[in-house]
Each structure stands twice: as C-alpha cells, then as structure tokens.
Design a protein around this ligand. Structure first.
Ligand SMILES: [Zn+2]
Length: 386
C-alpha cells in the first residue's frame, strides 16, 4: 500500500459506491450530487455526501441496503460490541479484511513486533464466534475479533500471546492471576513487550492488583501499552465504571504501576463501520493522545450544529472518515461518526513532527451538541440508544 494515490483510489471507490448502493445514490440525488462530475480534485472531498454510523444499527434495519454486492457474495457480517444492545451490522468480504491487514502491517504503531504480548481480549477465534448468528445465511462475527485476528497473524502475536479474557458461562472473565504472573516474569527485564486491549479492563486490573497489595513493577522503556476499542466514556460492552475515564489519569496510573514511560502509550481509534484504524500516541505535555490520520484516508471535522467542515487548529466537531480501501462490499467510503474530535494540526504532529493531519479524539457527542445534529444522525429512523 505504499505509493498509493489516495485521491484517484477514493474517487474510484466513491463512484463504485454511487453506482452499486442504491441507498447511497438516493442520498446523493437528494443533495444533487454526482461524484462523476463533482469530485474532481482533493479539495472537492469535503462536499462528498456521507452516511452516518447509526444507519448501520440493527434498529435502523437498513444494513442490507448499505451493501454494494448481493448478500450471497458476502463472507460475513461484522458486528460491533454494543453497550446499548443495538449493534451495527456491516457486510464484508474477506478481501476487505485482507486490505485491513495491509493497513495494520504498515503501521508500526499498531504492529510494533513485540516479543511478548499480553492482551485484555479473548482469543481471536473465540471472540469472532462469540454469540454469532446467521443473517441472510451469512454468519455474524465480532469486528474487533477480526482485527485482533489480523494482528495475531501479521506479527508473532498469535503464537506467544496471552489472551486474558476467558469464556465463562455466556461472558468473558479477566484472568487476573495470569496478568499478575506476566508482569512479575518481565519485571526489570527490559523486554520488548506489549500489553493491550480494553482500556477499562486494563485499568480495573491494575487497580485490583494494587488493592491486593501487589507492588508496582518496572517493565521498562521497551514495553508498550496499546489500547483500543474505546471505553473512555467508562462503558464497554457490559462493563461499566460508572464514570468517565480521563485519559491522562489512565496513563498516569498504569504508567506508574507498570513502570512504562507515558510516551509508550498508544490508542487505536476504530469502529465497525470503518476500515481505517487511526493510531495515536500519548503526549505527556498535552495530556492526551495525538492521532495521526493515515495516508490511506482522510478525516474531515464538521461543526456539530451546521455540519459545515472546520479547518482551524483547535476546532472541534464530528468526525467524518473518507476511505479509499477495504470497502468493496459496503457503502463505507464516506462515514460520519457520532464522535467528536479536535483538529490539532492539519499538516503536522506537533510532538513527533510526522507529516500528517493530527487530531485528538474527544468522545461521543453529547447534550446540546447532539441535539443540533440529531436530525442528521437519526436518519435511520427510531433509534434510541442507551
Ligand atoms: Zn505524532
């Protein structure tokens, strides 16, 4: 995926979506938009109509209308983990998952090739099959389980990783003893190692060990903490902390207890309706993660009330993600998420000087902001989360 020409590939992908997904074409027609004549250069990207993530929800009952191929050509429905019991269903082909594999392989932040791995996830196969059902004859699979599976086979992750979530009755339980043993074995060894997975579960595990009198360890500056899948609002799946988790607080507490420098903390922003994981590294100075928008995609930040694109450093708004790759089966080229982000810089990461748009993820849109964009985000019908 090097030497890619994002704009040409994006244009091709969008025209394909316009021609093959009738629901998307209706949205374009309503906005008098035709990508063949109106998407001529990179600057035109902001005018591309988007689908909102809520239309992929089970409750909207539109997910099969958002495909670009007949259902018999799908390999699976990828499913989001859902706090509200209203998951998203996104039809995918295996070739789309393979594209994601390339993206992960090329991102050294996502795939740092560590010798020892310990993650707050179940084994990928178990995760993928968890509560799987058939929809229109195709199986549902956890999206995060698919991503985890890719990580497992792009590195040595699979062969030596410890998966701390063990199936128990119809849920997963954290094997806290295995975690305690892992950090004890690697204490003061300065190994290349990775601890990853659910933010809340990692945080809770650290707090539990502290409470049990376990002394802090020194895993060293070659160790990496890589979280993903959100949870910063204090909720993930059926685990709830009852309060929002501040990112700086998470980093401080976990960094101190495990003896890993704060700059080795990485977070991955991804969601089921999207095919472009965005990775961020923690900045002690800004007390937040700085997310690098990869060259294989674009991010537009939109005013939550007017939905107009914003351009200045410090502007805050809803996240629209534009994808050129990995969406051959569904209309995923242009997606608006109900998450807010802040533009740190359009050109450069102020901390590591990487040449890319850099954003902070602020979390789910709330309160008055949500009211402003409610009409747009609820096009799927009677969606009532929480
Ligand atoms: Zn950076």
């Amino acid at each position: 995926m090097e030497n890619l020409n994002f704009f040409d590939d994006f244009r091709r992908n969008l025209i394909d979506q316009y021609e093959k997904c009738e629901a998307y074409k209706i949205i374009c027609d309503n906005q008098k938009y035709n990508p063949k004549t109106q998407l001529k250069c990179e600057e035109d990207i902001e005018k591309v109509p988007f689908l909102v993530t809520t239309v992929f929800k089970k409750s909207a009952n539109l997910f099969d209308k958002l495909l670009k191929v007949p259902t018999n050509e799908l390999d699976k429905w990828t499913v989001s983990s859902s706090t509200s019991g209203d998951p998203s269903f996104v039809g995918r082909k295996n070739e789309d998952i393979d594209t994601l594999r390339q993206i992960i392989k090329n991102d050294t932040m996502i795939d740092p090739k560590c010798e020892f791995n310990c993650v707050f996830y179940p084994e990928p196969e178990v995760m993928k099959k968890y509560k799987s059902i058939k929809i229109m004859d195709k199986p549902t699979e956890s999206y995060i389980g698919n991503v985890l599976d890719l990580m497992a086979d792009t590195s040595d992750f699979g062969s030596n990783a410890k998966f701390l979530l063990k199936p128990y009755e119809d849920r997963f339980d954290v094997d806290i003893d295995e975690f305690a043993e892992f950090i004890k074995v690697h204490d003061k060894m300065k190994h290349y190692l990775l601890i990853g997975g659910s933010t809340i579960l990692l945080y809770n595990a650290v707090e539990a060990l502290k409470k049990n009198g376990v002394k802090p360890v020194e895993l060293g500056d070659k160790a990496i903490i890589r979280t993903g899948g959100g949870g910063w609002d204090g909720k993930k799946g059926n685990v709830s902390m009852g309060k929002k988790m501040e990112r700086w607080q998470f980093v401080k507490i976990v960094s101190e207890f495990l003896g890993i420098p704060e700059e080795n903390f990485i977070d991955i922003y991804s969601f089921t309706e999207n095919s472009l994981p965005i990775t961020g590294h923690y900045s002690s100075k800004l007390k937040n993660y700085l997310f690098h928008v990869p060259s294989g995609g674009r991010v537009v930040i939109r005013d939550p009330k007017t939905l107009k694109p914003l351009h200045n450093d410090g502007d805050k708004g809803l996240i629209q993600i534009l994808n050129a790759y990995g969406t051959s089966a569904f209309a995923g080229a242009s997606i608006l998420v109900d998450d807010m982000a802040e533009i740190v810089s359009k050109e450069k990461c102020p901390e590591c000087m990487a040449n890319c748009m850099t954003i902070k993820i602020l979390g789910r849109v709330k309160g008055s902001e949500a009211k402003g964009c409610g009409a747009t985000l609820n096009v799927g019908g009677d969606k009532n989360e929480n």
